[in-house]
Design a binder for this molecule. Structure first.
Ligand SMILES: NC(=O)c1ccc[n+]([C@@H]2O[C@H](COP(=O)([O-])OP(=O)(O)OC[C@H]3O[C@@H](n4cnc5c(N)ncnc54)[C@H](O)[C@@H]3O)[C@@H](O)[C@H]2O)c1
Ligand SMILES: O=C(O)[C@H](O)COP(=O)(O)O
Length: 620
């Protein structure tokens, strides 16, 4: 890096002092695409506000909301496709236009979805790739009011940049209680005896049950529901063993359950209760082979997902007596066929996917999902994001100005590439920081560099959800490097961010670093505002707001005045100007921040100044 004189010729303007700049710090980064600012007539802002004045000039349309800054945004539209409790709907209605369309057919959903920013479902609606494609990019959040997301095509959502959030905790106890209810009623033939008595049959000897106390229960999947089932089963005097390849042993120990292998669990158990998610690995994991390894007369409870059992194999095992009884809340196909052998089997107790269906759980789930969806639509961090890395809220707010810097550096860098941006293959992002490497999560920054590089040259919108996927799709290899900064006391998470596009031709030769032939831009955050501080081998200092003109010239007196004059004559306001040079009298570059976009003539006139060797206009 060449030391450079860096004169900041900033006319003092409102908000450009350090203190004011702090106040204007970059807004919190959006996890999903920001709501487009819209100008419409009906506005929920004071009629004397500038926003209302703007709104009044537009045709009647969608009701707007207003942020605390008075800026208008279109009120988002949320489609609720399955029954959601009133408490959750009330949370949604405070922020969005809400349409409840329960019981839609797949075709009706396809026809409707493009009118909505968010879709809320339970387990009964399949959010397929087709649904995401039919939304034509408008759907930014899918909220699953419950735990299981096997009815949402996560890959398709990720590719579409659509965030998927769920409500993973509010129905845990309800599901566990339902598991225990099924366990007890199956063991004592409650539903069969009930049906018989209602049919006028008093059959006391036929419905002799089995006791639970002292029996071994295998809990398959020791997560939230599984561990609550284990806790309750211990209270019933059962011996609890569990299988879960990912569960921490201390959690099992604390509850008094022994973690064992799959084969040991199913081989030792008198009762087997299923609590794992439906994944490729768990699909039909209970099949002829695994039933064969179980004790004869074993009893099975499933409140997880129907697909973890091969249902035909279960019917065979029930018919042979290998499995004495099964109690099922979930099925491969829901609702199951009316003539399903499994459902009609006399040793099977069934409920129609009622695990989460208590008043309390449904209220909790509705509020949990409504808050997650509203937060995501606001661009806030979704703690229950399923297809995006979770960045804690405090990290998010600390990184906010660096996120903006990362995006702007990417945006500037891609505009410096000559010809097609398709030529960009390698992008290196170098973070200089005094922080411990474990203390700096750069996924968000990397995502925003990708956004900056991809969005100006494509119609793809990029966010934290789809950034890595988009980069991969475009053959963009993004590598990251951490450089330690010797200032352990520094409070800022980062000293600087450098974006380096390797081996590309630039339309502005001054942006090419000396050695490797890379376009190099570097920036830092000053008083909460992103600044460009390095262009190729030159040090500059220009606040990244508005637009930017870069000029390379022979270092000589009067250049700033000449360019400033041309811009001033055309009413283009210069916000910042900074000069960096290699050696006195040799080459220098001017980085000029401008509020307006200069017209073609103005730019041509700058180019005609004899000492100017090249210039480029860049939009931020
Ligand atoms: N019937 C209902 O209404 C109802 C209600 C709530 C939850 N559920 C279902 O119950 C299941 C569990 O929910 P949860 O909230 O406890 O989820 P969870 O993520 O807290 O727990 C799932 C556990 O399964 C484990 N697991 C993953 N793969 C496994 C494998 N191959 N073998 C054994 N264990 C494995 C995980 O490590 C995890 O600990 C989910 O399928 C959920 O959809 C159903
Ligand atoms: O995964 C879940 O949360 C349960 O299966 C509940 O599903 P539901 O919301 O359709 O009742």
């Amino acid at each position: 890096m060449v030391a450079a004189s860096s004169a900041i010729l900033s006319s003092p303007r409102a908000g450009s002092s350090p203190a004011a700049a702090r106040v204007r710090a970059a807004p919190a980064p959006s996890l999903v695409a920001p709501l487009p600012r819209l100008r419409v007539r009906s506005a929920v802002v004071s009629s004397s506000s500038p926003a209302a004045a703007v709104a009044a000039s537009e045709p009647a349309g969608r009701i707007l909301g207003a942020g605390s800054d008075g800026v208008l945004w279109p009120k988002p539209a949320v489609l609720v496709a399955e029954k959601l409790s009133e408490a959750g709907l009330a949370v949604l209605r405070q922020f969005a236009d809400v349409e409840c369309a329960y019981g839609m057919s797949p075709a009706e959903l396809l026809a409707k979805v493009a009118q909505f920013d968010a879709l809320i479902v339970r387990s009964g609606t399949k959010v397929t790739r087709e649904v995401l494609e039919a939304s034509r990019g408008r759907l930014r959040v899918v909220g699953r009011a419950g735990v299981g997301i096997d009815n949402v095509d996560l890959q398709a959502a990720t590719e579409a940049g659509c965030l998927v959030v769920n409500a993973p905790t509010a129905n845990t106890v309800a599901a566990a209680e339902h598991g225990i209810a099924l366990l007890a009623s199956m063991a004592r033939n409650v539903s069969q005896a009930d049906a018989a008595l209602k049919a006028g049959k008093w059959q006391r000897s036929k419905y002799v049950g089995v006791s639970l106390v002292g029996k071994t229960l295998a809990v398959m999947g020791f997560g939230k529901v599984g561990s609550e089932v284990a806790r309750r089963a211990k209270g019933l005097g059962m011996l609890v063993i569990a299988h879960d390849p990912y569960a921490p042993a201390d959690r099992a120990r604390a509850i008094g359950a022994e973690l064992v292998s799959f084969d040991e669990a199913i081989g030792r158990a008198d009762f087997i209760s299923l609590h794992m998610p439906l994944t490729q690995a768990t699909s039909k994991v209970f099949n002829d082979e695994s039933f064969a390894k179980m004790k004869t007369g074993v009893r099975i409870i499933n409140v997880a997902r129907g697909g973890v059992i091969d249902e035909d194999a279960l019917v065979r095992a029930l018919d042979s007596g290998k499995v004495a009884q099964a109690a099922l809340d979930v099925f491969i196909e829901e609702p199951p066929a009316k003539d399903s052998k499994l459902v009609l089997h006399e040793n099977v107790t069934v409920t129609p996917h009622l695990g989460a269906s208590t008043v309390e759980a449904q209220e909790g789930v509705a509020i949990e999902i409504a808050e997650a969806v509203v937060g995501a639509l606001r661009g806030e961090l979704a703690a229950t994001a399923v297809n995006a890395p979770m960045v804690p809220a405090e990290v998010m707010s600390e990184l906010a100005p660096y996120v903006s810097l990362a995006e702007k550096l990417g945006r500037l860098a891609v505009q410096l590439v000559a010809g097609e941006s398709g030529g960009i293959k390698g992008v290196k992002v170098v973070y200089t920081s005094a922080r411990d490497p474990d203390d700096l999560d750069t996924r968000l920054l990397r995502a925003m560099v990708t956004k900056g590089i991809v969005e100006p040259v494509s119609s793809t919108f990029v966010n934290l959800v789809n950034a890595d996927y988009t980069a991969k799709q475009r053959g963009l290899r993004i590598t990251e490097e951490r450089v330690s900064h010797e200032s352990p006391a520094a409070e800022a998470p980062l000293e600087s961010i450098q974006v380096r596009l390797s081996h590309v031709q630039s339309k502005f030769a001054g942006a090419i670093s000396d050695g490797a032939g890379d376009i190099v831009l570097e920036g830092r955050v000053k008083y909460g505002v992103p600044h460009l501080t390095v262009v190729g081998p030159y040090e500059v200092d220009v606040s990244l707001e508005g637009n930017l003109i870069l000029c390379r010239q022979v270092d000589q007196p009067g250049m700033i005045g000449k360019v400033g004059n041309i811009l001033g004559q055309r009413n283009v306001n210069v916000s910042f100007m900074s000069v960096g040079r290699t050696f006195r009298g040799k080459q220098a570059i001017m980085a000029i921040g401008v509020d307006e976009e200069p017209d073609k003539d103005t730019l041509e006139n700058i180019g005609k100044i004899p000492a100017i060797e090249e210039f480029v206009f860049l939009q931020l």
